[in-house]
Write a protein that binds this ligand. Structure first.
Ligand code: CP
Length: 385
């Protein structure tokens, strides 16, 4: 369990209040919330049997994953139908994209998904333009936003901002669904969902029994943590964490995976011939040096670069993935290859469809998308959405 006495709550991550006394008071209240079991916290993310707060990959199960992938496929296909029937689906809903950290893909794919569904959407991308600049505490800031919108998508540098936001919603009069678009170094559940969808689609829905390699910064790559936890829901999974010692996977995540019968390996001397034996995906990541004091002073270790030669030796059904942005960890010539198993850009675009499905799920419109899709397949006169 997260214990606030062990973490830097007085740092610049969460503004708890203007004075030590106020901050301490709120922290104590939050600590009380954290004293619940993980199962209780998971339960708090559901409403009427539906997962409405998308906070952690640990809250997903296989039936949720299957449904969300099915809806993603359906949304992707029906959007090709003239008059964009998706557009009306959530036209009465509004959302705030509250991003306290930079983003290109996550922000824009959420924004595109919201637009596809006809949602009213607003953004805060620079907290200096909000009353955070007047030392408003983060609890009040979130409560304020929940008064104006029907959903909140957040990105934050704090590892436990997901739990913090859930606590704020639970203790406010107008709780709204919240979606974690990246919290600190720990979780990026919607990226993991789109990664999973990409893996599932490229493996003919056969994920059981596959092996995966996560390469680069396994320690601070939040997408690595979230996706590995999702893969652990499947049977007979093997995961190689390929990174120098300083960027290796943390013990907590490794134990979580091993407790779920995942066979894990730490490889610290480079990629070498490993890609040849991977049957699922080689998942590259950049070094997350925004967390370092001395940003961009170290070169990426060339032993962990994915080369063109490795691409040529990948098994036929193994895909190359990257959550992006990328740097030098994939040889640049690979950008000019057209191999079907280079999945980086398709993976990124899948994010827009997956996030469309996610909003539909949260607001209980997912079955409408499926019904419409199936009626299109069966007749020339589809049901109205
Ligand atoms: N994959 C991802 O989270 O990218 P952005 O930081 O650009 O959103």
């Amino acid at each position: 369990m997260l214990n606030l006495s062990n973490i830097n709550v007085n740092g610049d991550w969460i503004n708890w209040g203007p004075t030590a006394e106020v901050a301490e008071f709120h922290q104590k209240m939050f600590q009380g919330f954290l004293a619940q079991t993980p199962a209780k916290i998971r339960e708090a993310c559901y409403s009427e049997g539906r997962l409405v707060h998308i906070l952690s990959a640990e809250h997903f199960d296989l039936s949720f994953l299957e449904k969300i992938c099915e809806v993603t496929n359906a949304a992707r296909r029906i959007n090709k139908i003239p008059d964009a029937p998706l557009k009306k689906l959530l036209r009465n809903k509004s959302v705030l994209n509250y991003f306290a950290q930079p983003s290109s893909r996550t922000f824009n794919s959420f924004s595109a998904a919201e637009s596809l569904l006809g949602m009213r959407r607003e953004e805060v991308r620079d907290l200096r333009t909000s009353s955070a600049a007047k030392n408003e505490n983060d609890r009040d800031a979130l409560r304020t936003q929940s008064s104006y919108y029907d959903a909140l998508v957040f990105r934050n540098s704090c590892n436990y901002f997901d739990l913090f936001a859930l606590w704020v919603m639970q203790t406010s009069q107008r709780p709204i669904p919240i979606i974690n678009a990246g919290a600190g170094q720990e979780e990026h559940p919607t990226q993991a969902l789109l990664d999973y969808y990409t893996i599932r689609e490229s493996s003919h829905h056969r994920v059981d029994g596959k092996s995966f390699a996560f390469v680069g910064d396994c320690k601070r790559g939040r997408t690595v943590h979230s996706l590995a936890k999702i893969l652990a829901l499947h049977e007979d999974i093997e995961i190689y964490f390929v990174a120098p010692d300083e960027y290796q996977i943390d013990t907590t995540t490794e134990t979580y995976l091993q407790d779920r019968q995942v066979r894990t390996h730490k490889i610290t001397d480079g990629l070498n011939n490993l890609p040849e034996i991977i049957t699922g995906a080689v998942y590259m990541t950049r070094i997350q040096d925004e967390h370092d004091q001395d940003k961009r002073t170290k070169r990426y270790d060339p032993r962990f670069i994915f080369t063109e030669k490795m691409l040529d030796s990948l098994p036929k059904d193994t895909v190359l993935m990257h959550p992006l942005p990328k740097r030098e960890e994939i040889e640049p010539y690979i950008d000019y290859r057209q191999d079907k198993n280079i999945m980086l850009w398709r993976q990124m675009r899948n994010g827009m469809w997956l996030r469309t499905a996610l909003f539909a799920h949260i607001f209980g419109k997912d079955d409408k998308i499926l019904d419409y899709y199936h009626s299109c397949k069966q007749s020339t006169a589809p049901k109205p959405l």
